[in-house]
Design a protein around this ligand. Structure first.
Ligand code: RTP
Ligand code: MG
Length: 148
């Protein structure tokens, strides 16, 4: 079953949007299989955003991601990688459609509330980077039978 990695960034936690964001993915019908609140080390932040290492915003991005607690999570479901990206919205919240998380709650590209893996291969890499296999719970909610 397809899985994606997402993280509610420190701004989402500070603004009290954790419940709202979890609610959206639960209500959509995806299955939560991993969840933890954590302070991210500089090393993990740099590995996570490795593709952006040469970009001018990289140091500020790492500083921000390590600035306070973040909620790391893994969600499961058919098509979850692309669907979650749609629900998150465009990188710049001012361009993100209303109805998306960034479109509804953000105004700044550097404070865009949530990360979501951008492809299935990226999701596999990020899940392995952020979670051990013991931290992931495989289960099938009874409600899924009513969705599919
Ligand atoms: P993310 O990786 O955090 O889910 O965001 P994304 O795929 O929508 O965007 P990406 O291109 O991967 O950029 C990663 C994060 O870097 C910050 N950023 N700042 N100042 C800038 O021009 C700029 N561009 C990107 C954003 O916070 C973005 O989420
Ligand atoms: Mg990205």
């Amino acid at each position: 079953m397809e899985r994606t990695f997402m993280a509610i960034k420190p701004d989402g936690v500070q603004r009290g949007l954790v419940g709202e964001i979890l609610r959206r993915f639960e209500a959509k019908g995806f299955t939560l299989v991993g969840l933890k609140l954590m302070h991210v080390s500089k090393e993990l932040a740099e590995k996570h955003y490795d593709v952006h290492r040469e970009r001018p915003f990289f140091p500020g991005l790492v500083e921000f991601i390590t600035s306070g607690p973040l909620v790391a999570m893994v969600w499961e479901g058919d098509g979850v990688v692309a669907s979650a990206r749609k629900m998150i919205g465009a990188t710049n919240p001012l361009s993100a459609e209303p109805g998306t998380i960034r479109g509804d709650f953000g105004i700044s590209i550097g404070r865009n509330l949530i990360h979501g893996s951008d492809a299935i291969e990226t999701a596999q890499r990020e899940i392995a980077l952020w979670f051990s296999s013991e931290e992931l719970v495989s289960w099938q909610p009874a409600a899924v039978a009513w969705l599919v």
